[in-house]
Ligand binder design. Structure first.
Ligand SMILES: Cc1cc2nc3c(=O)[nH]c(=O)nc-3n(C[C@H](O)[C@H](O)[C@H](O)COP(=O)(O)OP(=O)(O)OC[C@H]3O[C@@H](n4cnc5c(N)ncnc54)[C@H](O)[C@@H]3O)c2cc1C
Ligand code: FES
Ligand code: FES
Length: 1280
């Protein structure tokens, strides 16, 4: 053992069960979920629980049975109902998250065959999906609930899903769940557990030892002689430390076989809970106890249950131990404040004997440290009953509601003398307010012995404010927010205590419904118009399941890293710059080369061909030679026989730097120093300067919008295999653009392109991030393969991927708008600055697209836009779904919103007044009809019942002081196709084999968007309605198969005429004997589009996709916590080729947009280092973020002459509609501000995180926090 071997590495490398996916390695994404089963001899029962394979040490699993996704079903035998239902509910797009989802659900069903919706959402809370938006996954799982709530009929959609009408995919006919058919627990493991193994188990390795004692005495002795050795229980603290911080423990003690650590004993005063019990076990225990006692005795139990429900994910709670959580002494532990406030105590043991240690203010010493001696072991934790007159409450606020460490977490306990409101005893603890759990001792002193009234509380707030001070540059940032939360939580506690004391119901604190109700989704597919005039054999327009969904759900789908290792294969790990702007003064690889397994180190000098790639005249080095311009820039790469060896090698490379002055990080710094990538672009219609003179009102504003990480679930992956002759290479790569990868590798190796073959089976998500960046990474990998003449694999760790590959461009926009009192916007002048990072990449194109969409849905007669890509010393940003449009439209919508606020009119009215109407022309002189945009808008208002709900929202806001609702409706007009005309072409090659099977080679790549599924539908329609097919794709340029299919159809037609009763196979066979070519190419020459930036006019798009989205949110003004109550989307996508695939794209894009505008925050240190390098720090939407009610409608009777089968592009546009949540939050904030007498426009940057929303509410608590003077301190994070 070099370090504890994890289950993950066994499944992937040793037993080759590749269905268990690796998305992060830190327990944060759920892709690696498996089920662990154990036999408990004491109760003679078998327990099953889900767990993250990436954190499960193999040695810990001695005696356990592990079930992976392959174990529950496969296409070769029988698929499991969970696999089937998730697939058929369209819950698998790219499929990379699907095995994890399946296993979380499977583990739940093993324990509860008829779960509730609450159970399902809890079980899936720790499983991230970047594609689907979760609704279809939950929908598939919901079919297991005993009480089926809704079907399409309940929505009044006519044909009912249950009678199968109109359906071609038989998705309603599910395999039944039969618990008797599940895998049995291996009897030999029962025998092993029954007979017991009193021996100490030891596993020895090269650099470490793993010891598992069988008794408490042994454990005590072992710990006494090795006080520094950690006790590994759930490994959820030690595991990430080893992995991400490189901590090496020569000895690990595993006490999981020591029975005393799992014992539970009840006493008249409370309950002793074994420190080894998992957090899930503690929660179930307390849940069982609560109903057995009077309410007054279980105050603490209930506070613990509540906190435990929100702590981490199900998978984490299933393995993390109570003792481990206490002893980890995290600054923001959720349990420690409750245990401490609740007067819990520990029973600890060492060679010195047993003692009891109270969890009091002295217990937590500093980060990760407690007062216990290193050799002491926590045996159990005493959780006391509460007393009459005692109240305990816990609160937490986290960046995401579930599966996220809290920003601030707290527990408060107050004890009143009977029949009095005088405080006898009180304790308050906070997490997230210092290096460890802290006690608000002075605040407690201000409360004790006093009556619980306004005067006492008012004093307590002041004392608390003085007591819990954070320095302005405190780690974690959010200083004002955190401080205000401490007050808000005390205020909330006050309200609850008052409720209790006065037995009063606080109407304003209606809790939000916890469960997600995806059943409220309205599908239109069964009413889809194309069915009426369509032959039953015609598959186009049908909601056909993603063609790989089943194999994705069974784990059989092959992703790049699932390809088995080839003989002599090497692994490549990159060495990146640790400086933002510096000269490289030395590169010493000698130590790395001496390490075991290391074969070579690749530097720029090894590149035989082009060392740079050129875009817009700027050079980007593949590997930096003399200078670096951002942290994370690639300098060299270590190749070794294994990933672990390559990693060690990379860590041993020594680079010395000489810092260069004045690195540029922020947009402000870049504009000050004129640090731009040229060309900067300008677009103009009318004359804004003159128009500003004529308007009734002028307003100037600005908005800043953060960037976004792609967070495709499968990180950048590639395998380059030298064929062995004529410098030929086979490249297996997860890329959206294989041509560009092929070109880049050929240039880098100085070989012709025909020596490089790129294979893309599928990607585990891409979203724009697997275009240019992948080409660079593949080029470097190919140099290693060329130099060593061995196959080389490179698969980035999540942290490396996030550090190196960049994402969406952050922007700062400033606008001046002139408008009339009747709401007409007459002129707008907008400046956009994007933070492009250290290389140009596609930034100029992004800037152009920003300007082309700056009007969105509005006809502003005088419009001027200027846009620049700022060159900074941050990792270079790149393409991302929407390509600048989500930023651009955000600005104009914010501007229109401001106009509405200035005029004191509803924003939807100002939007309507200014929308394009009738035959229209954009600011770049492009003619179009906005009819369908207006139809989407109107239909959205009707479907969402906008007017009535708006009134209800206003009424709600009048009745509630601290909860506010907000609503918004937003339109979109999104241009499809490329102004760079050469990109609008597509090719396909179709072969029909003698047995009738068909092979299509086309230019599209499958990244979850179902291109192969749609392609198959087109193929089936055009090739005589095939019944049997083999459909495989190797990708090159861009898609087009229809043309090739029609050629083949014409060639086969004479054969068919001769034998009309024959079969497809017989016609094909006959054609072969008649020497008819059964191969054809198809080519599509797209429209000749252009944009002339000098003349400021053009035809950059083939057509527009339109849509509208209405959202309603409920905001807790005290904490910034919000929930999307309802979303209604209407989109014009022409005649959809596959409505369920398209609805999947709409929902997935909406959720990604929701993440962009309200949740996802990239944080950089003052020296330019990305802090947010994994799911623990960077929060993408999870299942808890799905709107409580989510309706998607496709606009009916829409036709599009510009695309195949009258369809429209949908993958990108809808992302912007997520901003509707942002504007609904802004609307709610405005209502909160009005309560404080603040009216008029206000600034709210994107994303509207709880922090921003809470501070913008300007409540009495946020206003108490003194803002630190900018410039007087070094902030923890940059505002880039
Ligand atoms: C993805 C993720 C999300 C998380 N989210 C949250 C969250 O929202 N809120 C929260 O509070 N926590 C959260 N955690 C932290 C998690 O709860 C703790 O890591 C966990 O409780 C530690 O328990 P463990 O058994 O895994 O500890 P291990 O990693 O096994 O051990 C941790 C430490 O505790 C010591 N230790 C363990 N048992 C004993 C004992 N009996 N006596 C003495 N020392 C002992 C060990 O020596 C070691 O130093 C999260 C963790 C992860 C990975
Ligand atoms: S890979 Fe295990 S949780 Fe992400
Ligand atoms: S389908 Fe869930 S991540 Fe792609």
């Amino acid at each position: 053992l070099q370090r504890p071997k994890l289950l993950m590495s066994l499944t992937v490398t040793s037993v080759r069960l590749t269905g268990t996916k690796y998305g992060c390695g830190g327990g944060g994404c759920g892709a690696c979920t498996v089920m662990v089963s154990r036999y408990q001899p004491a109760t003679k029962t078998i327990i099953h629980y889900s767990a993250n394979a990436c954190l499960l040490p193999l040695c810990q699993l001695h005696g356990a049975a592990v079930t992976t996704v392959e174990g529950i079903g496969s296409t070769k035998t029988r698929i499991h109902p969970v696999q089937e239902r998730i697939a058929k509910a369209h819950g698998s797009q790219c499929g990379f998250c699907t095995p994890g989802m399946v296993m979380s659900m499977y583990a739940l069903l093993r324990n509860k065959p008829h779960p509730t919706m609450e159970d399902i959402t809890q079980a899936l809370a720790g499983n991230l999906c970047r594609c689907t938006g979760y609704r279809p996954i939950v929908d598939g799982c919901r079919t297991f609930c005993q009480v089926q709530t809704n079907c399409c009929q309940a929505n009044g959609a006519g044909d009912c899903c249950l009678n199968g009408e109109g359906s071609t995919d038989e998705s309603e006919h599910f395999l039944p769940l039969d618990p008797t058919q599940e895998l049995i627990f291996p009897p030999e493991l029962i025998l092993m557990a029954e007979t017991g193994n009193p021996e100490t188990l030891t596993f020895c390795g090269e650099r470490m030892r793993w010891v598992s004692p069988a008794s408490l005495e042994e454990l005590v002795q072992l710990k006494a002689s090795n006080p520094k050795a950690p006790l590994v229980m759930g490994n959820t603290n030690i595991g990430p430390d080893i992995k991400f911080k490189g901590v090496l423990h020569p000895l690990i003690i595993s006490p999981t076989r020591v029975m005393e650590l799992f014992e539970v004993t009840q006493t008249p005063q409370g309950v002793w809970v074994g420190a080894g019990c998992s957090l899930s076990e503690v929660r179930s225990l307390l849940q069982k106890l609560v109903p057995q006692f009077p309410e007054e005795k279980t105050e603490l139990f209930r506070a613990l249950i509540q906190q435990l429900g929100n702590l981490g994910s199900q998978q984490i709670r299933n393995v993390a131990s109570l003792g481990g959580n206490i002893m980890s002494a995290y600054p923001n532990s959720d349990l420690n404040p409750v245990l401490a406030a609740g007067n819990c105590k520990l029973s600890v043991i060492s060679t010195g004997g047993r003692r009891e240690v109270p969890l009091n203010p002295d217990f937590f010493v500093s980060f990760g440290k407690t007062i216990l001696k290193p050799e002491e072991i926590v045996v159990s934790v005493f959780v006391p009953f509460s007393r009459k007159g005692e109240f305990v409450r816990a609160f937490r606020q986290a960046p995401r509601k579930e599966s996220s460490f809290a920003t601030v977490t707290t527990a408060m306990r107050v004890f009143f003398s009977e029949g009095s409101r005088v405080v006898r005893d009180v304790s308050i603890y906070y997490g997230g307010m210092g290096p460890t759990t802290v006690s608000a001792t002075k605040t407690c002193a201000a409360l004790v012995t006093r009556p619980w009234d306004d005067e006492t509380l008012s004093r307590a707030y002041d004392v608390l404010l003085d007591e819990l001070v954070l320095p302005p540059s405190a780690p974690g940032g959010k200083v004002e927010f955190r401080r205000s939360l401490t007050l808000s939580f005390l205020f909330k506690f006050n309200l609850e205590v008052l409720q209790k004391l006065r037995e009063m119901v606080g109407l304003q604190f209606l809790p939000l419904p916890r469960e997600i109700q995806p059943s409220l989704q309205e599908f239109q597919v069964r009413k889809y118009p194309s069915f009426k005039d369509q032959s039953v054999q015609d598959p186009v327009g049908r909601p056909i399941m993603h063609r790989s969904a089943i194999s994705q759900a069974t784990g059989e789908a092959v992703y790049c890293d699932d390809i088995p290792r080839t003989d002599g294969e090497l692994f490549l790990v990159l060495v990146t710059s640790s400086r933002a702007h510096a000269k490289i003064t030395g590169l010493d690889v000698s130590e790395a080369l001496r390490l075991p397994g290391v074969v070579d180190v690749i530097t720029a000098k090894d590149i035989p061909g082009k060392k740079v790639r050129t875009m817009f005249g700027y050079h980007e080095e593949l590997l930096a030679e003399s200078e670096v311009s951002c942290i994370g820039q690639m300098i060299c790469a270590v190749v070794a026989d294994t990933r672990a060896h390559a990693k060690r090698g990379a860590a041993a490379v020594k680079i010395s730097y000489e810092d260069l002055p004045d690195p540029v990080f922020t947009i402000e710094e870049a504009t000050e120093k004129s640090s731009f990538f040229e060309p900067r672009r300008v677009i103009r219609r009318g004359n804004v300067t003159e128009a500003f003179e004529t308007v009734d009102q002028l307003y100037e504003g600005e908005i800043r919008m953060g960037g976004q990480e792609h967070f495709y679930m499968e990180t950048q992956s590639m395998l380059v295999v030298p064929v062995g002759e004529e410098t030929e290479f086979k490249v297996y790569v997860s890329t959206q653009w294989p041509t560009s990868t092929q070109d880049a590798i050929a240039e880098t190796l100085d070989i012709p392109s025909n020596r490089v073959t790129c294979h893309v089976k599928r990607m585990g998500g891409a979203f724009g991030g697997k275009v240019t960046k992948t080409a660079v990474l593949a080029s470097i990998t190919s140099v290693a393969a060329w130099k060593t003449n061995r196959a080389v694999r490179c698969v980035l760790e999540r942290g490396e991927d996030m550090l190196i590959t960049g994402g969406r461009h952050p922007i700062l926009a400033k606008y001046k708008v002139g408008f009339m009192n009747d709401g007409r916007i007459v002129a707008a002048d907008i400046e956009y600055y994007t933070n492009a990072g250290n290389t140009v990449d596609e930034s100029v194109l992004v800037v152009e697209k920003i300007l082309l969409h700056m009007d969105n849905a509005y006809n502003i007669p005088n419009l001027q836009g200027r846009a620049a890509a700022c060159r900074t010393n941050l990792p270079s940003n790149t393409a991302f779904r929407g390509f600048g449009v989500p930023q651009s439209i955000m600005v104009v919508e914010n501007m229109v919103n401001d106009v509405a606020v200035v005029l004191g009119r509803p924003a939807d009215q100002i939007r309507e007044i200014n929308m394009y109407k009738g035959p229209s022309v954009t600011h770049y002189k492009f003619e179009f009809s906005p009819e369908n945009m207006l139809r989407c808008w109107e239909e959205c208002k009707v479907k969402a019942d906008y007017s009535a709900r708006r009134r209800a929202v206003d009424q709600f806001n009048q009745q509630n002081r601290w909860k506010k609702r907000g609503m918004s409706i937003i339109p979109i007009k999104y241009g499809i196709a490329f102004a760079e005309s050469f990109l609008n072409q597509a090719a396909a090659l179709v072969h029909i084999y003698k047995d009738g099977s068909v092979l299509v080679t086309h230019g599209g790549t499958e990244m979850g968007q179902g291109i192969h599924t749609k392609m198959q539908q087109v193929l089936l329609l055009n090739l005589l309605y095939l019944t049997k097919k083999t459909f495989k794709s190797i990708s090159f340029v861009f898609p087009f198969t229809q043309n090739a299919c029609q050629t083949l159809y014409q060639r086969l037609e004479p054969v068919r005429q001769k034998d009309p009763k024959g079969s497809w196979e017989s016609w094909v066979n006959a054609a072969f004997f008649e020497k008819i070519s059964l191969s054809a190419t198809g080519f599509y020459r797209g429209p000749d589009l252009y944009m002339d930036w000098d003349k400021m006019e053009g035809q950059p798009y083939a057509y527009f996709t339109f849509g509208a989205c209405c959202c309603e949110v409920e905001l807790d003004c005290l904490t910034g916590d919000y929930r999307t109550v309802r979303t209604d989307i209407v989109v014009d996508i022409g005649r959809s080729v596959n409505p369920s695939v398209d609805i999947g794209q709409i929902e997935g894009a909406f959720m990604q947009g929701l993440g962009l505008y309200t949740l996802e925050e990239l944080k950089f240190s003052p020296s330019g280092l990305l802090y947010t390098r994994g799911p623990s720090q960077y929060k993408i939407p999870a299942v808890c973020d799905v709107p409580l009610r989510f309706n998607v409608y496709l606009l009916s009777d829409s036709h599009n002459p510009h695309a195949i089968y009258s369809s429209k592009g949908i993958g990108e546009p809808v992302l912007f509609l997520g901003s509707s949540v942002f504007f609904a939050i802004k609307d709610a904030v405005a209502a909160a501000r009005a309560e404080s007498g603040l009216v008029g426009p206000f600034s709210l940057d994107s994303p509207a995180t709880p922090e921003r929303a809470c501070l913008a509410c300007a409540s009495l608590f946020t206003q108490k926090i003194p803002a630190s003077k900018p410039g007087s301190y070094k902030p923890w994070a940059l505002n880039i």
